[in-house]
Design a protein around this ligand. Structure first.
Ligand SMILES: Cc1cc2nc3c(=O)[nH]c(=O)nc-3n(C[C@H](O)[C@H](O)[C@H](O)COP(=O)(O)O)c2cc1C
Length: 155
């Protein structure tokens, strides 16, 4: 089985988690970059509004073709109890190409809703989901949960 880990990260936590997953699985990864400046309070507010309104951000063209992988593992920060707008864009853009999906989210509160939304966009039930909340950061940015998640994915 070959895996691709895809994630968006505004402040670095989802990137760290995504990198840990791809390091442990020894698989490819793809970071989603969007074209908007999301720095500071104004960036935070506009990001929250985009997520509330279910908007899609303008993202850079991804490098990897998801159709070439058996499982796409998609990670998002939780924004306004939902999926972030750059990840929403990625999912809409590629949803026809996914064989199987798994999801992870950082932030915690609202991740169940984010996963439901992501599954709906893809039209697929995820093989596994994982949330890394702020309290998990003390444990090596959630490394115990990440290892359990990988076991579940490989099962
Ligand atoms: C616009 C915005 C909305 C957010 N909404 C939530 C939320 O609803 N629930 C939550 O637990 N965290 C929320 N957060 C916190 C982020 O999900 C959390 O800090 C996340 O780990 C950041 O990931 P990143 O470092 O990869 O960007 C929000 C952050 C932003 C910027």
């Amino acid at each position: 089985m070959n895996y691709l880990v895809v994630f968006y990260s505004r402040t670095g936590l989802t990137r760290k988690v995504g990198e840990s997953i791809s390091d442990l699985l020894q698989c490819d990864r793809e970071e989603i970059y969007d074209k908007k400046n999301r720095d500071g309070i104004s960036g935070q507010i506009s990001s929250g509004i985009e997520a509330l309104l279910k908007k899609r951000a303008k993202i850079k063209e991804p490098v990897k073709d998801p159709a070439k992988y058996d499982l796409i593992i998609v990670g998002t920060p939780v924004w306004s109890m939902s999926v972030s707008s750059p990840v929403r864009s990625y999912l809409f853009r590629h949803r026809g190409k996914f064989k199987e999906v798994a999801f992870f989210a950082t932030g915690g509160t609202g991740s169940t809703n984010a996963f439901r939304e992501m599954g709906r966009i893809c039209g697929k039930k995820p093989l596994a989901v994982m949330e890394i909340a702020q309290r998990d950061r003390a444990d090596g940015e959630g490394i115990s949960k990440i290892k359990e998640y990988i076991e579940e994915i490989k099962r």
